[in-house]
Design a protein around this ligand. Structure first.
Ligand SMILES: Nc1ncnc2c1ncn2[C@@H]1O[C@H](COP(=O)(O)OP(=O)(O)O)[C@@H](O)[C@H]1O
Ligand SMILES: [Mg+2]
Length: 532
């Protein structure tokens, strides 16, 4: 297992790049030196041969005025052109020496003027050609150096461009991840988006997110073959080790392939924990580099840590939303139970107590008329209690919904609510024929929505009239409950759970809910649900 931090990796790679540049530069200089060494040798040999040939020619033909000797200028120029000023002057010296030698051999001398003129010509050729060649060589060398430098810079530029392109792609992927985390509440969808974009960021064959579930890890989302929901034992597994230590890890397979989770094997892996505010929620792992490239680096580990931070935020948000929803629905159920208890206590129980007192006093009555009256009153009261209990039972589980269907159940509900609150309720229901019923969940969501909206109208609106409309068309059901009461400000939290529950029920079916109201204005609750 190798562990090191990414910045030092990056630094090392920059240092290596610098060293490579220096070596290439030096190599270039050496190559140049080697090339000129071979040529220098050839030039020196050619010059020596020319000196010898010219000397031999002078010996062969009688040349007392050293006319043939003028040709010594050729090897002098050759040497000077190849080796520069000093070598040129040296060659001129050799030529002067050869002219002397010829004179000495033949016993014929040129005289002072003759020797001085020859020497001056030879030295001038050596000096001028040598200087010119040195200047040209310097020029060439600097041009070669600039060319080499230019090539090097072009390579570097190309590499930087490739890096920049990759960085841009990564940035784009990160931006998409950020958008996904910000705009989605469905954790599965968010995790999928994170994995899809994350795969491009680390250039891995597959990514997997495992979340902690009690003592074990469960595959929550994956781009590979592993089945979501597969269980990874947290002890003895590499993913479990990463979760426990809270530290990232990189692995390369030995003789056997790595197995991160059932059905998830590979040759190289990088794993980072998902941590949100100190809570270890799970592990994000990447397996095998795309196109079989080199193993994962510290830089990949760092990129994975950024992807993991987004994933951890998404998971934590989704989990806290789920917890909040659960808390809300438990509280709503608790409130409903409290209301039923109150209703049973205040209405039914009081009614029964009254009834018992009525019947006890009737029992003590001797007059048949009084007895008859008491019994009639008892029968009335029993009837009222039956109505009350029916209403309560209907609220708990509207029998009409199961037996008659949504339309009649809403008619009954509207009628009863209107009567109870003294409000005029008009209904317009267009649900098609009764044979094609909606899913039970959709029906009860619509029923509860209308029920809560009508309860609110009765409790809060101070309305005289309310309109209930339910219509099914084009694969959707639209629901509308509009009252002519005094309205309220829906943007202000009211502490009640009715509106929250309404919205949740509708959203759970994949629908939308809008509440249009303002103080002093009528209230309109409008929902659209998929007709499934
Ligand atoms: N139709 C309405 N007309 C006027 N005010 C309403 C209406 N519906 C809801 N409200 C306001 O919104 C608040 C929240 O409603 P709700 O969430 O159902 O809680 P609860 O009914 O338990 O108070 C109510 O207390 C009330 O002030
Ligand atoms: Mg309410």
């Amino acid at each position: 297992m190798t562990r090191d931090s990414a910045p030092s990796d990056k630094l090392r790679s920059l240092e290596l790049e610098g060293a490579e540049r220096r070596v290439r530069y030096d190599l270039d200089a050496d190559l140049r030196a080697e090339r000129s060494l071979g040529r220098t040798r050839a030039v020196l040999i050619a010059s020596a041969l020319l000196f010898a040939a010219i000397f031999a020619m002078r010996l062969a033909i009688n040349d007392p005025s050293a006319l043939v000797g003028n040709f010594y200028c050729v090897p002098i120029a050759l040497v000077a052109a190849e080796l520069g000023l000093r070598a040129g002057l040296l060659a001129a010296g050799v030529a002067i020496g050869l002219v002397f030698l010829w004179g000495a051999t033949k016993g014929i001398h040129l005289g002072v003027l003759g020797y001085a003129a020859r020497a001056a010509v030879f030295l001038m050729v050596g000096a001028l050609v040598g200087r010119y060649s040195e200047a040209r060589e310097r020029d060439l060398a600097s041009r070669r150096r600039s060319n080499a430098e230019l090539r090097l810079r072009a390579d570097e530029l190309e590499r930087s461009n490739a890096d920049l392109r990759q960085a841009l792609l990564r940035l784009e992927a990160f931006a998409q991840i950020a958008r996904a985390v910000g705009g989605e509440t469905d954790v599965e969808r968010v995790l999928r988006l994170i994995l899809d974009h994350g795969r491009g960021i680390v250039e891995a064959c597959s990514l997997v997110i495992c979340l902690r579930d009690g003592e074990q890890l469960v595959v929550a989302a994956t781009t590979a073959g592993a089945v979501p929901g597969a269980v990874v034992p947290s002890s003895g597994s590499v993913l479990g080790e990463v979760l426990r230590s809270g530290k990232p890890a990189r692995l390369v397979a030995g003789e056997r392939a790595l197995e991160l989770a059932p059905g998830l094997t590979g040759q190289a892996a990088v794993m980072v924990p998902l941590v949100f505010r100190g809570d270890r929620l799970g592990v994000l792992a990447a397996l095998d580099r795309e196109s079989g490239g080199p193993a994962f680096t510290g830089e990949d580990e760092q990129l994975m840590a950024v992807v993991a931070a987004s994933a951890a935020t998404a998971v934590a948000t989704a989990q806290s939303v789920a917890k909040e929803r659960l808390r809300d629905s438990i509280e709503a159920a608790e409130q409903a139970r409290a209301r039923w208890a109150r209703e049973l206590h205040d209405e039914t129980l009081q009614g029964l107590v009254g009834l018992r007192m009525l019947l006890s006093s009737a029992r003590r009555t001797v007059s048949p008329e009084a007895m008859g009256e008491a019994l009639a009153e008892a029968a009335d009261q029993t009837k009222r209690e039956i109505v009350n209990l029916r209403a309560l039972i209907a609220e708990l589980r509207p029998a009409a919904l199961d037996e008659l269907g949504l339309g009649p159940a809403i008619e009954t509900l509207a009628e009863r609510s209107g009567e109870a609150a003294g409000i005029d309720v008009s209904t317009r229901l267009a649900l098609g024929d009764g044979d094609d019923r909606l899913a039970p969940d959709t029906e009860s969501a619509i029923y509860r929505l209308v029920q809560e909206a009508l309860t609110n109208v009765a409790k809060h609106a101070g309305a005289a009239h309310v309109r209930v409309e339910v219509a099914r068309q084009n694969g959707a059901v639209s629901v509308l409950v509009e009252d002519d009461g005094h309205g309220f400000d829906p943007s202000v939290a009211h502490g009640g759970l009715g509106l929250v529950g309404m919205r949740e029920r509708v959203e759970l079916t994949g629908g939308r809910l809008e509440i249009a109201s303002a103080p002093g204005r009528s209230t309109c609750v409008r929902a659209t649900l998929p007709a499934v």
